[in-house]
Ligand binder design. Structure first.
Ligand code: UDP
Length: 320
């Protein structure tokens, strides 16, 4: 099967590309290289395009390569930037999805697999969030990802495509240093850098209503997430899944302090820390109920927090 993978030069996208290829599929990457790196996808065909340029180059690439499925990861993903530039986020994340769907309909694509996010749930107060939990995004990033979910659902129904949206929880870890997360916005890359440089990590709030006072998240290894894409792509191809929204997490809550302990345990380096004010919009706890995807396609995370931290540390390059 031949997949068009948007955002394939990104941190998560490159892991998905590698996993699809390892499973025997062909992959054509579409990426504007605004944050992606070509070294991550050296051997794959690349169409360098911003989705908001419109459907024509996308449809041409789909037809030229005989694409029958789309895996759509290209998006803007900074919560803080989305608050500053909401129009840009809607243009990129909703407008880009619209262009992709228009191209997919033109080219006769049969399947759409979408990269969504736990940010669609917003400040959930539930112990475990499942796919029936209310969606109430607390920023334009989450809104735009949810709007794109709806758009995919409606367009797929209108054009007879099967579809699945995977709601990622906190993705971390790496297969190797080439694919590693080079961003500086998520907790684990920040903590590893701080451990390496013996600088303090800022903990955003120590008075949350959690057992140790710090926020709890559900960290999932990027290679487990990539495996979830491969399994879901195969289920769309065979028709065993026609449509649906699925959480992708481990179902296990890990606090910020527990993550710092894991980094100390795995790297042997103590992590200095300083508790600062809460970050606006942070929920105290966001942990997946991952049972729907297990029931639908048998996917479960295989790697734990020490695997996540160990892989990210192995892939870490000092000075990056
Ligand atoms: N966090 C923190 N210090 C940092 C970065 C993150 O305390 O320098 C906390 C943040 O408040 C959240 C958790 O770590 O509770 C994960 O944050 P991240 O930005 O990685 O992901 P999010 O859950 O916000 O999508």
């Amino acid at each position: 099967m031949i997949w068009l993978l948007t955002g394939g030069a990104g941190y998560i996208g490159a892991h998905v590309a590698r996993a699809l290829v390892a499973a025997g599929d062909d992959v054509v990457v579409v990426d504007d290289l605004s944050s992606g790196l070509t070294e991550r996808i050296a051997s794959l065909p690349l169409v360098r395009a911003d989705l908001t340029e419109g459907p024509d180059p996308l449809a041409a690439a789909m037809t030229a390569h005989g694409v029958t499925g789309v895996v759509h990861l290209a998006a803007k993903k900074s919560v803080a930037e989305s608050v500053q530039r909401p129009v840009h986020y809607y243009e990129q994340n909703v407008g880009g999805t619209a262009a992709l769907l228009r191209a997919a309909a033109t080219a006769g694509v049969r399947h759409v697999l979408y990269s969504s996010t736990a940010a669609v749930y917003g400040e959930s107060t539930e112990e475990l969030v499942d796919e029936t939990s209310p969606t109430a995004p607390s920023n334009p990033y989450g809104e735009s990802k949810l709007a794109a979910e709806w758009l995919i659902r409606s367009a797929a129904a209108a054009h007879g495509m099967s579809w699945a949206s995977l709601r990622y929880f906190n993705v971390a870890g790496a297969a190797d240093s080439v694919l590693a997360d080079r961003g500086r916005s998520n907790l684990l890359p920040i903590v590893l850098r701080a451990a390496d440089r013996e600088e303090p990590v800022e903990i955003f709030g120590g008075d949350w209503p959690t057992p140790d006072g710090t926020c709890i998240r559900d960290y999932v290894h990027v290679e487990d997430l990539a495996d979830a894409h491969v399994a879901m792509a195969e289920s769309l191809r065979t028709g065993s899944v026609r449509s649906g929204v699925f959480n992708v997490g481990r179902g296990d809550g890990v606090s910020v302090l527990q993550m710092l302990d894991a980094v100390h345990r795995v790297t042997g380096r103590p992590v200095r820390r300083r508790v600062v004010d809460r970050r606006p919009g942070d929920p105290a706890r966001v942990v997946a109920d991952p049972s729907a995807i297990a029931a639908a396609i048998g996917w479960r995370a295989k790697r734990d927090v020490d695997d996540i931290v160990g892989s990210a540390w192995k892939a870490y390059r000092p000075g990056t």
